[in-house]
Write a protein that binds this ligand. Structure first.
Ligand SMILES: [Zn+2]
Length: 270
């Protein structure tokens, strides 16, 4: 199965729409737009077979209508809790979506960013929508911090080798926060030095691996001694929910103030 990330809503939300394709058949994850998807399908001679949705936000679903109009036989899969009438097959944790005879995706319920969010994975790939990002995680909108922390722990329990595909390209800004939180993390320094983000070029293959995320993404590391000590100092209680919430709100504050906007990461780590 080949996987290409098509940039979408560039400059506003900086999404990736992931296209999975093999033998002239294609599936897309979270089409927030349709034009670039339709162009790609045509260029590559692909027939759209299905759409997979992680959650209800418009930057993940606004392209579905036009894709269905062009490929009426494509099936739209989405979470059981997503109130979108274009979803034809509702999925929940434990379900399996078979794309081909030898490629299926399992459904994991990962609420927190929103209350309806699911992720899709198998033994080689993880599509985690807006739950985790490369180097960071989504903001808490309509889910709860308790749900979010739980979802992160579920994703952390998956194997390291999984190709990591999230719905946005925020890596460099996320790594600024990661480095602020954990300047002594050697794997993180290495990652910063090696990061070459070419967005908005299409991306062949994953943004990262789940293993690299576990080693460098603070939102997968909020209960490690180094990070936990800082969170307790910032008023967190020693619970998963409170530690995660304190870390997420720390980043929200910095995002809002723009305090990290002018940090030059590559210079910082030299
Ligand atoms: Zn979202």
């Amino acid at each position: 199965m080949k996987i290409t990330g098509l940039p979408a809503l560039v400059g506003s939300y900086d999404n990736y729409i992931w296209v999975l394709y093999q033998n002239q058949q294609a599936w897309v994850v979270d089409p927030g737009e349709s034009e670039q998807v339709l162009a790609f399908l045509q260029q590559q001679g692909l027939q759209l077979q299905g759409v997979l949705v992680t959650h209800f936000h418009h930057d993940h679903v606004n392209g579905i209508g036009a894709l269905k109009a062009a490929y009426p036989h494509a099936t739209v899969y989405g979470p059981e809790l997503t109130p979108n009438p274009l979803i034809e097959i509702r999925v929940k944790e434990g379900d399996r979506v078979a794309l081909t005879d030898d490629f299926a995706l399992n459904v994991l319920f990962t609420p927190g960013h929103t209350e309806d969010h699911v992720s899709y994975y198998n033994d080689t790939v993880l599509f985690c929508g807006d739950t985790l990002f490369s180097g960071g995680c989504g903001r808490k909108f309509t889910g709860t911090f308790a749900q979010f922390a739980d979802s992160i722990l579920k994703l952390r329990a998956l194997p390291d080798q999984l190709g990591f595909y999230s719905a946005h390209e925020y890596t460099l800004s996320n790594l600024k926060f990661a480095y602020l939180v954990e300047p002594g993390n050697a794997a993180l320094r290495q990652r910063i030095l090696e990061s070459r983000i070419l967005y908005p070029e299409p991306l062949e293959g994953p943004q990262s691996t789940l293993g690299l995320e576990k080693a460098t993404n603070p939102f997968l590391r909020f209960d490690t001694p180094q990070i936990k000590a800082q969170l307790l100092q910032r008023g967190a209680q020693d619970t998963t929910e409170s530690l995660f919430k304190t870390l997420r709100e720390w980043k929200d504050d910095l995002d809002q103030s723009g305090a990290l906007d002018h940090v030059n990461l590559q210079e910082e780590v030299q």
